[in-house]
Design a protein around this ligand. Structure first.
Ligand SMILES: Cc1ncc(COP(=O)(O)O)c(C=O)c1O
Length: 229
């Protein structure tokens, strides 16, 4: 924190910024209410005030039909109430909430291994490309690129081709009929996706394509083996 100015005839000291960050993937406004109360209390009991207060990130997004995203109206109302009592400018660090739902991995089925009680759908995407499921059991839905109407009533385990027990993405109870070379989409990988990817198992990273309405731009080239060895 940078000391900017000590006000004459005042017990208050103005500082540049107070930063807080209370966690990630928060889908209720209540932890933010507690956070703002805590900041108010600290400010009341100290001789400092801040030009900026950085409320950090953590705004949760929806990764599945059952998981709600943060109600921004309620968070906004809390902040407005806070700003009536505290004169400052608010900063956010909203990375995931802006980009999380905007990223998709386009993945091809290499092979389908059928066992009595389960179909293993082996993708050309692996844990090096998307680490979140292996790292902290994160849920990323998988959908077909082309829908059909024939459903297979059997467990499906969507996995990568690396020989690691954690190289798996999702179990689904049933799924539409699939064939090798079909294209599947791994959803909501815009945050902590490519930035957490690696060349583990000497796997070259895929390209990244930015699509904006009808404009399509290659923003990073597909790596070649010669780029990494
Ligand atoms: C200081 C700080 N700000 C912002 C973030 C982003 O959080 P999220 O992506 O969950 O919104 C993090 C994540 O850990 C963080 O540590």
């Amino acid at each position: 924190m940078k000391l900017v100015k000590k006000y004459k005839n005042s017990k208050f000291i103005k500082l540049k910024c107070l930063s807080v960050h209370i966690g990630s993937q928060i889908t209720s406004h209540l932890p933010y209410a507690n956070m703002l109360n805590a900041i108010s209390q600290v400010l009341r009991q100290s001789n400092y005030y801040f030009e900026y207060i950085d409320l950090g990130g953590g705004m949760g997004i929806s990764y599945s039909k059952t998981n709600k995203s943060l109600n921004y109206k309620k968070y906004n109302n809390l902040i407005k109430k806070f700003l009536k009592k505290n004169k400052t400018k608010i900063i956010f660090e909203p990375g995931r909430s802006i980009i999380g739902n905007a990223g998709w991995i386009v993945s091809k089925i290499i092979y389908i291994k059928k066992t009595n009680n389960k179909n293993f759908v082996i993708l050309d995407t692996a844990m090096n490309d998307l680490l979140r499921p292996a790292l902290y059991g994160a849920f990323h839905n998988i959908i077909p690129s082309i829908k059909n109407s024939s459903y297979i009533n059997k467990n499906h385990e969507f996995v990568g081709p690396i020989c690691e027990t954690t190289d798996k993405f999702l179990n689904l109870k049933n799924f539409q009929k699939l064939n090798e070379k079909d294209i599947l989409i791994i959803c909501d990988v815009g945050a902590y996706g490519m930035v957490l990817s690696s060349n583990y198992n000497v796997r070259a990273k895929p390209c990244e394509i930015l699509i904006n309405k009808s404009s399509v731009k290659l923003i990073s080239k597909r790596e070649k083996l010669s780029n990494i060895v």
